[in-house]
Design a protein around this ligand. Sequence first.
Ligand SMILES: [Zn+2]
Ligand SMILES: [Zn+2]
Length: 375
Amino acid sequence: MMTSNEPDIEDLTFDPTVIATVVEDQGTFEMEVCGSDTPEVDLYKGYWRCQKDPKHDGFIQISKFSKAHLPGPFQDDEDIFRTIEPQAFLTVRLRVYYISTERPKLFPGSSKPYPFANSAGKKVSRVGTGRVDSVYIPSERWARRGSRERGKTDAKGSNSDVSLLNYDGPCPCHVCRNSTNPAQIWGKVTIVTSTHVLFDQSEVKHSGVALFYDEDTTRADQVVTLSGHSVGYKSKYKDMCVLYCPTHDLDLLKKLNDALLMYPGYVNRITQKHARTESSLAFVTSHPHGCSKKVSIGAWTDKEEQGDNETLERIRYTYTASTCHGSSGAPVCLVGGWPAESQAAWWALYPLATHSDGFRKDCNKSGNAYRVPFM
Ligand SMILES: [Zn+2]
Ligand SMILES: [Zn+2]
């Protein structure tokens, strides 16, 4: 069992009455709420006591995933395999320690209570999932030209939104903040999750990210931890939130960038390749109950649309791939599923979404689907 090496957070609430309210408040959304100051023990208890899916046999350990786990029409497609690998690599565990006072009372467009809104202002630890969406790597050239020039171009050569991080100062990561010799050259990791997992700036200041927690046997020193710094794009309607995590670990940024160079291409490729496949496929990579990373495979069975091709406001998918508490915010990839008579299934242009609602076993729902790459 991995022990947490995320930044220490003080004053967390473990009052059983508060925890019970937070758990109840969540409804069918799927964060794991930590009820004690031994979060790692707590998370495994959640796994063992799970009522939604006690056997968890739909969750596959990353290292054990094989072709046999894929449904028939997709079994011989090596590209599906090649897509799941970087998606799993880019999947992170997200811990949030504070509940914003800005959370609305109701989930937009529904009569469901918004998760945790009744416990606003409380410091309660919850765990969900996210996906690395992009990285900003400072180049040697920019570093030599001085800090004023830094932050203008990212690894993809585009002008990413760096305005929420001030690149003129020293690295603001949780290690450098407590150091007398903070790193001067640093970059950022951009993560996509759900808004109900991480709501706003007040919550991101109390959040931590764990990368590479891949196996039950993963040791703490194999897991890389980052701290949340600021929130970029977010929409409570789409249930999607982007957060930035600063880091001076340039090797980490390069490693993530290598996976990011592959992942969107493969997602587009399998989406196009199965443009006429009637069967559908949905795969989720997440941290069920905040425990080690798992892949779950199923079909997508329904979609809820608002707006048309031009005025798209919302497509939310329903899928059978397993999710549990802790899976909120996880990347969901949706492939195939075109009706035979369909000429142009424009929704297939939106093959990625974040997991939002674990309505019931075999009936899980995403937030708004989006194009690749998102940023
Ligand atoms: Zn479970
Ligand atoms: Zn740093």
